[in-house]
Write a protein that binds this ligand. Structure first.
Ligand code: NAP
Ligand code: GFB
Length: 318
């Protein structure tokens, strides 16, 4: 990329946005780059008018588009229509407005949970549209898939080189630790914190058997900067640890128990849903580009996240 970049990060106040802000501030930012991190208070991106005015104000050359209605399995099961509509509005406003304001590049976000439920493994980037997603989050999944459709259509009609990344489950500081709406790791960390405080057992939802790959938010942030600067395909790229790093939910529970130094009982409530059993994704495409990228070891990342939550309990989203 030549010339100074003025990067607008939508969803800048969230889990991934805060991680990008930290790595930029701690040295990954470059001379002449300007970074603007938005929250919904700066603009409700479901409104075309508010989207235009925030683009008018900042005149970005590049956009990292993170803003979305986001949630764990249980919130998705409750609100498939909201996840569909809200994310379609946000995504169309941001991508269309970026094009109209001449933004050079937009990097948007899909997710490994949007792939077909009935599929062969490992999943790779070519399989996004090869069948319906899992029933639990089809609203969110289809809305995310439309980003890829939008990027391909905008490239064909206007030559725009807008692209998207496909992160696996993300965790880290500044996550949404709300037990009902959040993802599994922040939910378990919050529940373990309460169980310790109240001297009660830790209630895990589901059987603990499903399998997941988890990426630390700070590792994802470093990969986002590489995609923004050096990844030139319109085709999306999976950003995930390898298949060999896949864990069961039970393994994740044990890591949370260790990270929180919890000594109480752990109970599995199998009346609660398990969701997708697995969504094993290949990171071979990423490894082709970055064979030497080092992920933070899971237990170290978990310890940092647990320590962050305990130190920031009062201000954490929960
Ligand atoms: P998050 O912590 O829930 O943050 C969501 C961000 O979007 C916040 O900054 C929020 O602003 C903003 N936002 C939500 N609705 C908005 C609206 N109507 N107008 C403007 N801004 C709005 O989410 P995250 O986990 O960082 O996810 C970031 C991206 O990664 C999303 O696109 C998500 O789909 C994707 N992703 C996440 C995961 C994961 O496991 N977390 C996995 C794969 C992909 P406020 O702070 O003001 O509410
Ligand atoms: O992160 P999570 O909610 O979403 O993980 P998914 C759900 C898995 O963790 C299920 C188990 O197997 C749950 O039974 N689990 C155990 C818990 N205890 C808990 C708990 O306290 N809270 C939660 N939330 N789960 C999501 C998609 O799927 O993946 C979203 O629905 C999003 O759209 C996200 O893309 C990345 O990994 O199942």
């Amino acid at each position: 990329m030549d010339g100074p970049m003025r990067v607008l990060v939508t969803g800048g106040s969230g889990l991934v946005g805060r991680a990008i802000e930290r790595v930029v501030k701690e040295g990954e930012g470059r001379e002449g780059e300007e970074w603007i991190f938005l929250s919904s208070k700066d603009a409700n991106l479901m409104s075309a008018e508010e989207t235009r005015s925030v683009f008018q104000k900042h005149r970005p050359t590049h956009v990292i588009h993170l803003a979305a209605m986001v949630g764990g399995l249980f919130r998705n099961m409750r609100q498939n229509l909201d996840f569909w509509r809200n994310n379609v509005f946000i995504n169309d406003n941001v991508l269309q407005t970026a094009h109209e304001f001449g933004v050079v590049k937009v990097v948007s976000c899909l997710s490994t949970c949007i792939f077909p439920d009935k599929t062969t493994y490992p999943i790779d980037e070519t399989m996004i549209h090869n069948g319906p997603p899992h029933e639990s989050n089809f609203g969110y999944a289809y809305a995310k898939r439309m980003i890829d459709v939008h990027n391909r259509a905008c490239c064909q009609q206007y030559g725009r080189r807008y692209t998207a990344v496909i992160p696996t489950n993300v965790f880290g500081p500044h996550d949404n630790f709300n037990i009902e709406d959040g993802h599994v790791l922040p939910g378990l960390i919050h529940k373990t914190y309460m169980a310790k405080k109240e001297g009660k057992a830790l209630q895990v939802w589901g059987s603990g058997r499903p399998l997941r790959q988890f990426i630390y938010s700070l590792d994802l942030a470093r990969l986002f900067l590489w995609v923004l600067r050096d990844y030139d395909e319109v085709e999306p790229i999976i950003l995930s640890v390898g298949e060999e790093d896949e864990l069961s939910i039970k393994d994740a529970v044990n890591a949370v128990v260790e990270g929180m130094e919890f000594k109480g009982d752990v109970i599995y409530d199998t009346s609660k849903a398990d969701g997708q059993f697995k969504k094993t994704a290949s990171n071979a495409k990423l490894r082709k580009y970055l064979p030497d990228f080092k992920f933070t070891p899971f237990k170290a990342a978990m310890k940092e996240t647990c320590d962050w939550f305990e130190a920031n309990y009062d201000i954490a989203r929960k």
